[in-house]
Design a protein around this ligand. Sequence first.
Ligand code: ADP
Ligand code: MG
Length: 245
Amino acid sequence: MVDNPHLLVAGETGSGKSVALRSILTTLIRHCGDNLELYCADLKRSEFHVFRGIAREVVTDVDGLERIVLRLQREMRKRGDLLDAEEVAHVDDLPADKRPPYIVLAIDEVALLKREKDVMAAVEDVSTIGRALGVFLILSMQRPDVGVLEGRLKNNLTVRMAFRHSDAINSRITIGSDEAAAIMERDKGRMVLKLNGCEFVQGAHLTLPAARELLKDYKIDNANVNVINNIHNINNDDVIELEVL
Ligand SMILES: Nc1ncnc2c1ncn2[C@@H]1O[C@H](COP(=O)(O)OP(=O)(O)O)[C@@H](O)[C@H]1O
Ligand SMILES: [Mg+2]
């Protein structure tokens, strides 16, 4: 994602979008470890529970996502100031002790947000300035038409995964060519990957139990999450308890 930031995943219902998100995020978590701060938004409430205790936040409503984008806006300002102070153009060029983790914001079924103008404007900000700051987007939706994605945001989603599209017009909306309409309904997980040109690719079928197994060592259990969340308001008695923990 550092080389090819901001991913758009599109395709009709049942074509493989959520499975693709699951395998991408699982891969990123295992590849980046502590160097990744993940935020997941899933307004369908069906997909991202597997990342609870690993992602910084997993939200299932608009309020939760609003909180995340506000936090990202603050963080991006801070990172911008840091780049300025260190006189470098990209977070990767910062000295190791000042280099912040990469941030990924993944939103499944973005169309459910189409009336949330403020949230979408903040997401567009990430797409415009996030690259140099190490803040990246992964957005999924059935069809990225103008009713859902404004032109500027869509243009900034440089990598595209087009799973089955119902017809050539819809395919063109996603990848600028007809190819994703040629994918058969039975070809679950098959996509046109637009990276350097377009190519047909079969996505990995990472099932939920398999993802759980791959992620089990990365999960912080709930008790520890609470301790970490409360770390700002501890008193001395708590410190003793923390040491015991
Ligand atoms: N890469 C894949 N290989 C094989 N089967 C897949 C793959 N991706 C998805 N499927 C199958 O298709 C079903 C629907 O996939 P899903 O990702 O939920 O679709 P969408 O999110 O686009 O509605 C999955 O439950 C799975 O059975
Ligand atoms: Mg889905």
